[in-house]
Design a protein around this ligand. Sequence first.
Ligand code: DX5
Ligand code: ZN
Length: 219
Amino acid sequence: MDKKCIAPSLLAADFGNLQRDIEMVNRSDADWFHIDIMDGVFVPNISFGMPVLKAITAHATKTIDVHLMIVDPDRYIKTFAQLGANNLTVHYEACTHLHRTLQAIKDEGMAAGVAINPHTNISLLEDTINDIDLVLIMSVNPGFGGQSFIENTYDKIKALKALINRKGAHTLIEIDGGVTSENAKPLIDAGADVLVAGSFIFKSDDPSKTITELKELVG
Ligand code: DX5
Ligand code: ZN
């Protein structure tokens, strides 16, 4: 992908003014909506579920990028397709039969993503990389917004890029957690295609302007 993407994470939005924040993203230079679904089991936090996602997709006009931080995600693949997800990302650590899960996601017409925790080695994707549309590298431990970026992420991006090239895959590399204007460009230079940013955008004085700044940085 030549054009690099910015994906604001709605986890950091003002849920009391969710429609306002969605419309801001619609009008902004952002490319995707990043939606974090947490179940309180896979991660030590609960975010929101189907009714809220339904309300989001009713207003959002850009790609809906759903990041599932839940155990046994296979149970809900069809539901997320019906709710309007375009990309559905499951965690490597939550899937016993990852290959089957990826096929099920694609069978529902969605792009299939795999997220990996900071401790999960890229080499574990060796046998599935050609079936994966996007790999989401967690650059913080999943569960909360506003955490500090883990520097080892750069080595993971480079290892993933090398694997993708070696296997002739067409997988996008998405980075999630602690993204700011400081690390945006270096992440792209290391090989990233999509940057998720939550707090850095929504806690800024002018979120729309911050999105534009990030977009300009990543070219
Ligand atoms: C964390 C989520 C992230 C989170 C990123 O588990 O997957 O998408 O919203 O938030 P920031 O950008 O604040 O680190
Ligand atoms: Zn996320």
